[in-house]
Design a protein around this ligand. Structure first.
Ligand code: PLP
Length: 435
């Protein structure tokens, strides 16, 4: 490719519409990162500067950018077969990945349904849950429970589960019957109380409870105790409802265990995974479930799960994801987390103690704090920190007033220390008004 940085920016300004970006602000700032290359924990701009990626390419590159083994697996698979329909056809990468996923999964999750991204992973789960009840003697179970501040993606059914007001603005979502429960990341006692009330009083109408386990990501990196998951498991089971965990962000070691539910020692009925699953190399997702749910779709042809996407089971994605799981084992990725997590936690505690900052929190390879009085997705304070960090050599994408980091799990200790000092300096500069 031969275009200069300026030419790329010019073309971008003329024709490209970016996701989750107020385009007016973007166009008037006029100085996007133009990433030419990415490796390990760094992004390389075509102007010769590089940036530590505190965001792991939107939470996907958990093994660092362009992990050589994942790139090699992609190349090998591309030489052989890039894509083939997956309806009633199978191939080795899909089988290999299913076996490895089931081995890594919480007990009892033995069936794997593929799709392309986190939204569809949850969309499948929701359709599965509703149809499962509809054709297995409980058609009155049409209600879905989700949490305030939840984020489960952008397809319609899952967007209607969202508790992030900014993401719902201007659009009337009429979809499934959704009841939102208080978030345990805001008030744990109240959340437990309402969960219990909803499931004991109205549980017979509930198809499923859907949660992001331990960390509500896009809703503001709200963290909560594993106890909520244990209670959720008990109460859904007692009520006859399915328990769906969306591990799209938390899975693959982000929280320090392979799955966030591992901290609670519980198995859900359905688990959704994407993002880290394919190491930031290919869009890919999987929805895992139990034999019980799977068997609810057997029998008469009309009982099948008529669901899928054109690229379901894509061999490139499946091969890369299977390799991703092998790298976790071969490189003992989780064993490196406690030391890194401790540095992250201490750093956020120091920042959280500053005047103007509050609510520092950390779990595994994720930490957050808030600037100003109230958490606000449309606030500029986090973006000020982000601009200050960029000048110092780190890419940090805030959630409004929430500043967080979610770096690759295997970030080197020197890179991590550098990242943390950049974040600390940037937060100090913004709070001290000396950006
Ligand atoms: C990102 C995310 C999704 C959506 O994933 P996409 O790949 O962007 O569709 C769903 N759930 C959670 C918890 C996420 O963090």
């Amino acid at each position: 490719m031969t275009r200069s940085r300026e030419e790329i920016i010019l073309g971008d300004r003329r024709h490209v519409w970016h996701p989750y970006t107020p385009m007016g602000d973007y166009l008037s700032a006029g100085d996007p990162l133009v990433v030419a290359r990415a490796a390990g924990s760094r992004l390389y701009d075509s102007d010769g500067r590089n940036y530590l990626d505190a965001n792991s390419a939107w939470w996907t590159s958990l093994l660092g950018h362009n992990h050589p083994r994942l790139v090699q697996a992609l190349k090998d698979q591309a030489d052989r077969m890039c894509h083939v329909a997956f309806g009633g056809i199978t191939h080795e990468p899909a089988v290999l990945l299913a076996e490895r996923l089931v081995r890594a999964a919480p007990a009892g999750l033995t069936r794997v349904f593929y799709s392309d991204n986190g939204s569809t992973a949850v969309e499948v789960a929701v359709k599965m849950a509703l149809q499962f009840h509809a054709q297995n003697g409980a058609p009155e179970r049409t209600r879905l429970l989700s949490l305030e501040h939840a984020f489960h993606g952008e397809t319609w059914a899952v967007a209607s589960l969202s508790g992030v007001a900014a993401f719902r603005a201007g659009v009337e979502f009429s979809g499934p019957d959704v009841v939102q429960l208080p978030s345990p990341g805001v008030d744990e006692a109240r959340a437990l109380l309402e969960l219990e009330k909803q499931l004991t009083e109205h549980g017979a109408r509930v198809a499923a409870l859907v949660v992001e386990p331990l960390i509500q990501g896009a809703g503001g990196m709200l963290m909560y105790d594993p106890e909520f998951l244990r209670r959720a498991r008990e109460l859904t089971e007692a009520a006859g409802a399915l328990f769906i965990v969306d591990e799209v962000f938390t899975g693959f070691g982000r929280t320090g265990r392979f799955w966030a539910v591992d901290h609670a020692g519980v198995s859900p009925d359905i688990l959704c995974t994407a993002k880290g699953l394919s190491g930031g190399v290919m869009p890919f997702a999987a929805t895992l479930t139990s034999e019980r749910v799977f068997e609810g779709f057997l029998g008469d042809r009309s009982r099948a799960l008529y669901y899928g996407h054109t690229y379901t089971g894509n061999p490139l994605g499946a091969r890369v994801a299977a390799e991703t799981l092998a790298v976790y084992e071969d490189e003992a990725v989780l064993a490196g987390i406690p030391e890194r997590a401790e540095r992250i936690r201490r750093s956020f505690e120091r920042m959280g103690a500053r005047q103007g900052a509050r609510a520092p929190r950390a779990l595994g390879m994720c930490a957050a704090l808030e600037l100003g009085g109230e958490s606000d997705y449309l606030a500029d304070s986090g973006w000020r920190v982000s601009r200050a960090a960029r000048r110092r050599g780190a890419y940090l994408r805030p959630l409004g007033s929430v500043v967080y980091i979610a770096p690759p799990l295997n970030i080197s200790l020197p890179d991590l220390d550098e990242l943390l000092s950049i974040v600390e300096e940037s937060v100090a500069a913004v709070l001290g008004g000396s950006e």
